[in-house]
Design a protein around this ligand. Structure first.
Ligand SMILES: [Zn+2]
Length: 125
C-alpha cells in the first residue's frame, strides 16, 4: 500500500532572489483551519534575512507571495526583526492550538449542559 506523504512540495517565485523556490508544506498546516487563504511566514536566504509570507488555500496551493528583504537600515535591526518574527510566529501557533483546545472544551461543555438541561426537564415537574 502506498503511504501518503504528510507534506506537499510547492513552488513560488521570490522577488528578492529572482528565483523559484520549492517549499515543503506540511499537511498539518491545514488542521482545524476555518479561514482560507491563511498566511504562513518564514525566513529564508543565506542570512535568513528574507521574510516570506505565503498565502495558502485549503488545497495547500500558494495563492499569494509577499517577500521582503530585511536590511540593517530598517527601523529595527535585522537580528531584532528575525527574533521578533520568530517569536511572533511561535506565539501565533501556540495561541492557535490553545484556541483549538478551548473550542473543543467549549463543545464538550455545551453538550454536557444540553444533557443536563434535558435531564432536568425530564425530572423536574
Ligand atoms: Zn528567495
Amino acid at each position: 500500500m502506498k503511504k501518503e506523504m504528510d507534506y506537499l512540495i510547492r513552488n513560488y517565485f521570490c522577488e528578492v532572489c529572482k528565483n523559484n523556490h520549492d517549499i515543503k508544506l506540511s499537511k498539518n498546516l491545514l488542521e482545524n483551519r476555518q479561514k482560507f487563504p491563511f498566511s504562513h511566514s518564514f525566513l529564508h536566504g543565506e542570512l535568513k534575512n528574507i521574510l516570506t509570507t505565503l498565502y495558502i488555500d485549503k488545497d495547500l496551493e500558494i495563492r499569494g507571495v509577499d517577500v521582503q528583504e530585511l536590511t540593517d537600515d530598517d527601523l529595527f535591526s535585522k537580528d531584532q526583526v528575525i527574533s521578533i518574527t520568530d517569536t511572533l510566529m511561535k506565539e501565533v501557533e501556540r495561541l492557535r492550538i490553545e484556541n483549538l483546545k478551548l473550542n473543543k472544551q467549549l463543545e464538550i461543555f455545551k453538550k454536557k449542559k444540553t444533557v443536563l438541561e434535558k435531564n432536568q426537564n425530564g425530572y423536574v415537574k
